[in-house]
Ligand binder design. Structure first.
Ligand code: ADP
Ligand code: ZN
Length: 526
């Protein structure tokens, strides 16, 4: 490429942001990452797609001496980013197999001569001994690994070529490595951290919040009728209603049409041309409601979807987050409403049990389901609970979820909360919630007897509270940050706050588990 050396970089990242990219300020979470990179730290950053990962490494790359090596798995991604950087006048180049050799050589030369600040390349290219030998001698400011979850077998996009990136720290011990990903899966994150950084790295998580999206849960009963009713208040605007089966999408669409709504079903069982026709209608009819399975999603990027309703429970917090994320992309108020009942939870569990996945994967999926049900039963700010699952910690209530807007009735749960925490400690903080509840409720299950947990002081001391209510309590302790769920078995362990509570004399108010109908309250607020 032919770009001249950039004008001398500013030493203030905000100035660089304004001068080069023309943006007014950093988004939440960006500045911390920029500063860490400027300070020469290793960084692992988790941000959802669209939150603005690229600027986090582009701004400091322009400011530090030398050039940053950016590893990206897809040629198309590289091309987009490099073209965009060049359009801002930021000197960037790339080396990959989709270009002429002479183009690659020109960009490489520009890098070695200090004429570019960002050099994008594929992981295969970086892994070659020749490239590694060359990079050893050059002025590399840091390495950036985009889509870093590709290094993990746990991730969905495992790329064997990424494994070689685990050696970057040996290749250039003093050179920082910055890994970026949008994956929220905890096992994948742990794996990334281990392979790329030997477990030692500062982790930044941000950008998961969608503040214009209000969140609500309703106890599920006669869902099709209820949805028709909900749509009365939302006539004229567009929404998606996710259903757990093709049959449910068809039945619901029919019911809605009967009530005079412009509704159509969408699922993978329809012929291709019919699907295309319905998608076309969705893009052109501003009041069309689509009742859909998860087949309706990929590539749906319509900015003005005003609500996403879940008739049936989704499979995981990730799926839920992704599905509700299709609403309100224009930044204007939008709603996410989930109808939730214990039978859905059971249905989802059965689907996992009956599926052909290995045991380990099934446990993994069930754990995600437990978190989603804790979200549904939350007694504190739902948004904060969801964000905490993705690793983003908030303490201020959001003010835009049903729990914040219509605070549930509470009870003094101090004694039972302590009892639960004691049960976790007495059993070594290695058991999941189901077993701990069994112990507290005095169940003589095989597992309880085998572990001799019927001999514990806490055994059967929680019989006064039904299992469902215990689960709700556990969900709330999780939401409050008193406990965390660790590792493969979601073992319940106390956090520092949990220990402080247990050792101190504080009291704890929690929400009663009871029927509520909150969406109306939410609607009234708008
Ligand atoms: P990601 O890589 O996280 O998916 P991008 O880096 O492509 O996201 O950023 C998404 C969009 O947000 C881009 O259009 C980008 O220009 C824009 N963006 C990122 N940071 C800011 C900011 N601080 N101010 C304004 N726009 C931003
Ligand atoms: Zn809230």
């Amino acid at each position: 490429m032919s770009a001249q050396p950039a004008p001398l970089p500013q030493d203030d990242p905000l100035e660089t942001l304004k001068a080069t990219f023309g943006f007014e300020g950093f988004r939440p979470g960006q500045q911390e990452i920029v500063e860490a990179l400027l300070a020469g730290e290793d960084v692992m950053a988790v941000m959802p797609t669209g939150a603005g990962k690229s600027l986090c490494f582009q701004v400091p790359a322009l400011m530090r001496p030398g050039f940053a090596v950016v590893v990206s798995p897809l040629i198309a991604l590289m091309q987009n980013q490099v073209a965009l950087l060049q359009s801002f006048g930021a000197p960037a180049g790339m080396i990959h197999s989709g270009r002429e050799r002479s183009e690659n050589v020109a960009d490489w030369k520009a890098a070695t001569e200090g004429r570019i600040k960002l050099l994008y390349m594929s992981p295969e290219r970086l892994a070659t001994p020749r490239m590694q030998a060359a990079l050893k001698k050059l002025d590399v400011s840091y390495f950036v690994i985009d889509e870093a979850h590709c290094i993990s077998q746990w991730g969905h996009d495992f790329r064997p070529e990424y494994l070689a990136l685990g050696q970057l720290k040996e290749l250039r011990p003093g050179t920082p490595v910055a890994a970026f990903t949008a994956t929220a899966d905890e096992d994948t994150r742990a794996d990334m951290k281990e392979r790329l950084f030997g477990g030692q790295v500062r982790v930044f998580i941000s950008g998961f919040d969608r503040p214009n999206l209000s969140l609500a849960i309703e106890e599920k009963s006669k869902p099709d009728d209820r949805i028709a009713e909900l749509l009365e208040d939302r006539r004229g605007s567009q929404g998606i209603i996710y259903c757990g089966s093709r049959k449910n999408t068809e039945n619901l669409a029919e019911k809605l049409r009967d009530k005079g709504h412009n509704a159509v079903a969408y699922h993978a069982g329809l012929p291709d041309e019919e699907r295309a026709a319905r998608l076309d209608r969705f893009l052109s009819e501003p009041d069309l409601v689509v009742t859909a399975t998860i087949a309706f999603g990929m590539g749906i990027d319509k900015p003005d979807i005003r609500y996403v309703i879940h008739r049936d429970m989704p499979s995981s917090p990730e799926a839920y987050y992704q599905e509700i994320g299709r609403a309100g992309r224009d930044g204007k108020p939008a709603e996410a409403i989930l109808l939730y009942g214990p039978s859905d939870l059971m249905f989802r569990r059965r689907m996992i049990d009956d599926g052909g996945a290995p045991e380990e994967v099934k446990r993994h999926e069930k754990r995600k389901l437990d978190i989603l049900s804790a979200y549904c039963e939350a007694l504190t700010c739902r948004r904060n609970l969801l964000l905490s699952y993705f690793g983003e910690v908030r303490t201020e209530p959001c003010g835009a979820c049903d729990v914040c807007l219509d605070p549930p009735r509470t009870e003094d749960a101090t004694a039972d909360a302590r009892l639960f925490l004691e049960a976790a400690i007495e059993t070594g903080e290695v058991y999941g919630q189901a077993h701990l509840i069994d112990v507290l409720r005095g169940s003589e299950s095989e597992k309880v007897i085998k572990a001799r947990h019927d001999d514990l002081v806490v055994f059967a001391r929680g019989q006064g509270r039904p299992a469902r209510s215990w689960r709700s309590l556990v969900g709330q302790l999780f939401a409050k940050g008193f406990i965390e769920m660790r590792g493969e078995y979601r073992s319940i362990a106390l956090t520092d706050e949990g220990r402080t509570f247990l050792n101190g004399g504080g009291s704890l108010e929690l929400r009663r588990s009871e029927k509520r109908e909150t969406t109306r309250a939410l609607k009234r607020q708008q």
